[in-house]
Design a protein around this ligand. Structure first.
Ligand code: DON
Length: 576
């Protein structure tokens, strides 16, 4: 155990003895270079696959493909439709992150349409007079909302990657918002859960509590204000949301309710294209999310650690033990180092280095858990399941892996009057109060402190995995558990599971603090659970888990396979 106390020293020694020296305080460039990765696949599926969390959204994507759109146009249609039919999880008042693969030239790019803090962001707004965290302002109402990134991201996708005009890709969502749809039980449940907060804002009551109560199952529900807002976005692109009528209404509504947005905050929002994190793991190329997400860094760190073990040769308990220990170490680094790359310098070269992983491996005992308290720093909460992920592959082999969020269920619960826009509560993803947990139990430091125009750190981990014979498009909601669920999805893909097998497999999660393994009921048999407990792991059953929507492409047969998560609703993955 003593050596664990000195793991940093051990690590530094190991690093310095390698051909490249990485010190814990090395400062590589803040932001990955904008030069995209390129990876051409010389095959085309000839048919398309989409998996999302909602029937209308999957269908909207397929309709846009049928009109001559590509995967990126379909992604716009799916995202905009989710904004209407699944507003509890994502929407045009929120943001998204996506990994794209363009078939023609193999371009691989990360689209960061994450929300940003306003220029007037004031830390005092998130503290009570006694200095304790003001959780209400962090999670509810206009102070909890960052400037939305999703509308700009959709306009960006259409302008730079799509084949169709934005308004054509938005058409299905506009039609559904205008003509109405039958809300599903999950939306009704989310509105019911958040009713108390919704009641605080008149425009939210008007939208989500028609006749003074949540919408009823089986009744048509319309969203004409959002239809109009989407129409303006379709007609004028970025300016249709961030300037003019919509922008004025957003600013007026937010300010009237005590928020501090300005027209300039909206006008100056920028989509960022970033180079995805790319790594090789056992002959597979994993393309995943860079900061301002912590997800790809953590997944890469975990896979780099695991690449030193022959997992297939181990029994389930020992294999799971090593995965948990790798998760624990990656989440520790997450808390310390990561934030918006345009604001903070991060030791990414170190965190992504195989030498660093080799050093961490030295600190892992083969059959004994490392108490998190023996690793340098950081607490926990039970996230609910909001946010949403969808996956698309089109007939030409273009790929979109997209995770979208308004943060907590129904975001801030605040609808800006006259726009139909439900604002996010993404400000809680900042470390608003250093080393106090956010709603997902995540801790943070200066790297993720709020600042004007800064993006709050995300766990969203949209990913694409390329093997010699197969491609997998994988992602999930789930707050901090996004990262470990995507990791487990990648491992399941590499183990040869099909799309339904990847989405449906049982999950477990460790995030350094709290020091426990969250386990989906049924994930481990009694013998494995017992062995893990004897190794010193504390297992805690937990539900719910994120719903993962996966598309795979078999490069030998050219067959696509699309599956939605059975935890939510099977059958929402479609191939046509
Ligand atoms: O960006 C993030 O990491 C969070 N806002 C995601 C929230 C989430 O996944 C909630 N779902 N369970």
């Amino acid at each position: 155990m003593k050596c664990l106390l000195n793991w940093r020293v051990t690590l530094l020694g190991l690093l310095l003895s390698g051909s490249v020296a990485y010190a814990a305080d090395s400062r590589p460039p803040a932001s990955p270079a904008a030069a995209p990765a390129a990876h051409v696949i010389d095959r085309r599926p000839g048919h398309a696959g989409i998996a999302s969390a909602n029937f209308h959204a999957t269908q909207a994507g397929l309709d846009v493909l049928a009109k001559g759109g590509n995967a990126f146009d379909a992604a716009i249609a799916v995202a905009a439709t989710l904004s209407v039919v699944e507003p509890e999880s994502s929407g045009i008042g929120g943001g998204f992150m996506a990994v794209l693969h363009r078939a023609g030239d193999g371009r691989e790019v990360f689209i960061d349409a994450r929300e940003t803090a306003v220029a007037a962001v004031n830390l005092r707004d998130y503290l009570n007079p006694d200095g304790s965290p003001n959780r209400d302002n962090a999670l509810n109402g206009p102070l909890s909302a960052g400037i939305p990134g999703q509308p700009a991201g959709l306009a960006w996708l259409a302008a730079h990657y799509g084949k169709l005009p934005l308004k054509e890709s938005l058409a299905p969502a506009i039609r559904i918002a205008r003509d109405g749809f039958e809300p599903d039980r999950r939306l009704i449940g989310a509105i019911t859960d958040r009713e108390k907060d919704i009641r605080r804002w008149p425009a939210s009551v008007a939208k989500y509590l028609p006749n003074g109560q949540p919408p009823l199952a089986g009744q048509l529900w319309r969203d004409p204000d959002q239809a109009r807002t989407l129409e303006l976005l379709g007609e004028h692109g970025f300016d249709g949301f961030y300037r003019g009528e919509t922008a004025s209404r957003l600013v007026a509504a937010v300010r009237a309710a005590g928020g501090n947005w300005t027209a300039k905050d909206l006008e100056s929002y920028q989509v960022k294209e970033r180079t995805p994190i790319t790594l090789d793991y056992r002959g597979y190329r994993v393309v995943t999310a860079p900061p301002a997400s912590s997800g790809g860094v953590a997944v890469a760190e975990i896979l780099n650690i695991l690449s030193g073990y022959d997992l297939a040769k181990l029994d389930e308990a020992h294999r799971t033990h090593l995965i948990i220990e790798a998760m624990r170490r990656a989440f520790r680094d997450h808390n310390d180092y990561l934030g918006d790359p345009d604001f903070v310098q991060m030791p990414l070269d170190m965190l992504l280095s195989p030498y660093y992983a080799a050093g961490l491996r030295q600190t892992i005992l083969a059959d004994k858990a490392t108490p998190s308290s023996m690793l340098p720093v950081s607490a926990g909460a039970e996230p609910g399941m909001h946010t949403t992920h969808f996956s698309v592959i089109d007939a030409d082999g273009n790929i979109a892996s997209v995770t979208l969020t308004v943060n907590y269920t129904m975001g801030s619960t605040f609808v800006a009057a006259g726009t139909g826009v439900l604002l996010n509560d993404e400000m809680d993803d900042f470390a608003l109060v250093p080393n106090k947990p956010n709603v997902y139990g995540l801790l943070g430091s200066a790297a993720n402190a709020p600042a004007p125009g800064k993006r709050m750190l995300s766990s969203m981990t949209p990913s694409i995995v390329f093997g010699k014979d197969r491609v997998g498009v994988i992602g999930s909601p789930g707050g901090s558990t996004i990262i470990t669920q995507v990791l487990e999805g990648i491992l399941a893909f590499i183990d040869g599971k099909d799309a339904a097998g990847i989405a449906g497999q049982k999950r477990f999660h460790h995030q350094y603090m709290p020091d426990r393994v969250d386990v989906e009921p049924g994930a481990f048999d009694a013998a494995t659970a017992d062995a893990l407990t004897r190794m010193g792991h504390t297992l805690k059953e937990r539900n719910p888990w994120g719903y993962m929507n996966v598309v795979t492409w078999d490069l030998k047969t050219n067959k696509l396979d699309a599956a939605s998560d059975p935890r939510r609703e099977s059958g929402l993955g479609k191939v046509q």
